[in-house]
Design a protein around this ligand. Structure first.
Ligand code: SF4
Length: 174
């Protein structure tokens, strides 16, 4: 069904010659349909640029984490897929500094108190980060991958929590 919808969207885009805006968490869809990507976190743009460039060289840790959480056919993957640790922020009471800092594996002290602004990181590419992925040491990247929860483990935790909640509901209802 998804493939048919994608085909239809591509066809309409071609025939009408209009711009199309797609709002999604599905990075595979972004790769197949879009030319430009705007990555948002907690209501803010955290990275923006041409799709190919962002997929090849994400500079914001949130973009990097999103791309580590989906299978890629354009690269030989040796790493496991990972989930992003922690929960999205409460927008009524957002954290100080960089909004991604409670979940960021590359956080530094400055991130906790001061929010970065969007800055140019390459031609046509901007990111909102004090550190940027190109400055993270390989050892730190490897440690971040190793400490992240695997997708399978995250799914199991979610399933266990849902089963526990269902059990509580059924006890409360009886
Ligand atoms: S500013 Fe700091 S906390 Fe925010 S994404 Fe960059 S490294 Fe992570």
């Amino acid at each position: 069904m998804q493939a048919q919808i994608i085909q239809l969207m591509k066809q309409l885009n071609r025939e009408l010659g209009t711009a199309m805006m797609l709002i999604t968490h599905n990075m595979a869809l972004v790769a197949s349909l879009c030319q430009r990507v705007v990555v948002m976190y907690a209501g803010r743009i955290v990275e923006e640029g041409p799709v190919e460039q962002i997929f090849r060289s994400p500079q914001h840790p949130y973009t990097w984490s999103l791309l580590r959480s989906v299978p890629r056919v354009d690269e030989a993957r040796k790493d496991r897929l990972v989930s992003i640790r922690g929960l999205p922020p409460d927008l009524t009471n957002p954290p100080p500094g960089c909004k991604f800092h409670p979940r960021c594996p590359f956080v530094i002290d400055r991130c906790r108190v001061e929010e970065p602004s969007l800055g140019e990181v390459a031609l046509n590419q901007v990111a909102r980060c004090w550190v940027l992925m190109r400055n993270v040491k390989e050892d730190d990247v490897a440690a971040a991958k190793a400490s992240a929860l695997s997708i399978e483990a995250a799914q199991k935790l979610k399933a266990d929590a849902e089963a526990a909640a269902a059990e509580v509901d059924s006890v409360a209802g009886s």
